[in-house]
Design a protein around this ligand. Structure first.
Ligand SMILES: [Zn+2]
Ligand SMILES: [Zn+2]
Length: 251
């Protein structure tokens, strides 16, 4: 059973619920831990705002007290450049408990990066050339070297990547590879074979934008059954992980 959900959007970006409403729904679903992970600062339409950081932390503290659910202050940051930059600064990292990063189409980036990274993916989607796919992969790997990323969100959705290369790097850098409830089907049967072969740590997340969707994992669980993913490989299956910031073994 999945006992934690580490990818949730609140009103502070694209979600519709308050942090307390999210926590209360997580409690109803029997979850032990959640993370509030609003969109990164560079998202063109739905970014979290720096000025809201103290308020988010206060809301988390309050919701944690009222529900007794462990709540992490996270972010779903964005890849923004071909050299693997992500839209979070060192001082942002100090404020955050966990870091999720995903490829998103509408982010603030230089004109050059718009043309070489974002546009080819926006125009061609899953039909991009091998060259673009390798570039998406290189961006992902470079960011994993530069930032303490805990979870890579919905890989292969809109931005195809080489799953083998990312899985290997994820294993080396203690990064979790997400099975996203809405987007898990963008991973092919052979992608699942690779994830199992490489024994990469997987995390099942709802990516809920409304409190009622928290803890809904039907598609992800169907994929786990279908492809016979070992439960031990799933970090939030009957257990919870230690994220990078709190893991003394990784320092
Ligand atoms: Zn996303
Ligand atoms: Zn999301």
């Amino acid at each position: 059973m999945i006992i934690a959900d580490y990818h949730i959007h609140s009103r502070y970006s694209h979600g519709i619920g308050t942090i307390l409403e999210n926590a209360e729904n997580a409690q109803k679903k029997g979850l032990k831990e959640i993370a509030i992970t609003d969109h990164g600062f560079g998202h063109s339409f739905f970014s979290m705002k720096h000025r809201d950081i103290p308020k988010i932390r206060a809301d988390i503290d309050e919701a944690q007290k009222k529900t007794e659910i462990k709540i992490y202050f996270g972010i779903e940051a964005n890849f923004i450049s071909t050299t693997g930059e992500v839209d979070i600064s060192q001082s942002d990292l100090q404020q955050l408990d966990i870091v999720l990063v995903g490829h998103h189409r509408f982010v603030e980036s230089s004109l050059k990066d718009k043309f070489t990274y974002l546009l080819p993916n926006i125009v061609l989607g899953r039909y991009v050339s091998e060259r673009v796919k390798q570039k998406n992969t290189a961006i992902t790997l470079a960011a994993m070297e530069k930032y303490p990323i805990d979870i890579l969100t919905h890989l292969n959705y809109q931005f195809p990547i080489d799953v083998r290369q990312v899985a290997k790097k994820a294993k080396q850098t203690h990064t979790f590879f997400e099975l996203n409830e809405y987007k898990v089907n963008f991973l092919s049967p052979s992608d699942f074979e690779i994830l199992i072969e490489e024994k990469v740590d997987l995390v099942i997340n709802s990516d809920a934008h409304c409190p009622k969707r928290i803890g809904c994992f039907r598609n992800a669980l169907e994929a786990v059954e279908k492809y016979k993913v070992p439960k031990e490989q799933i970090v939030n299956w009957d257990k919870v992980p230690i994220f990078k910031k709190f893991n003394k073994d990784l320092k």
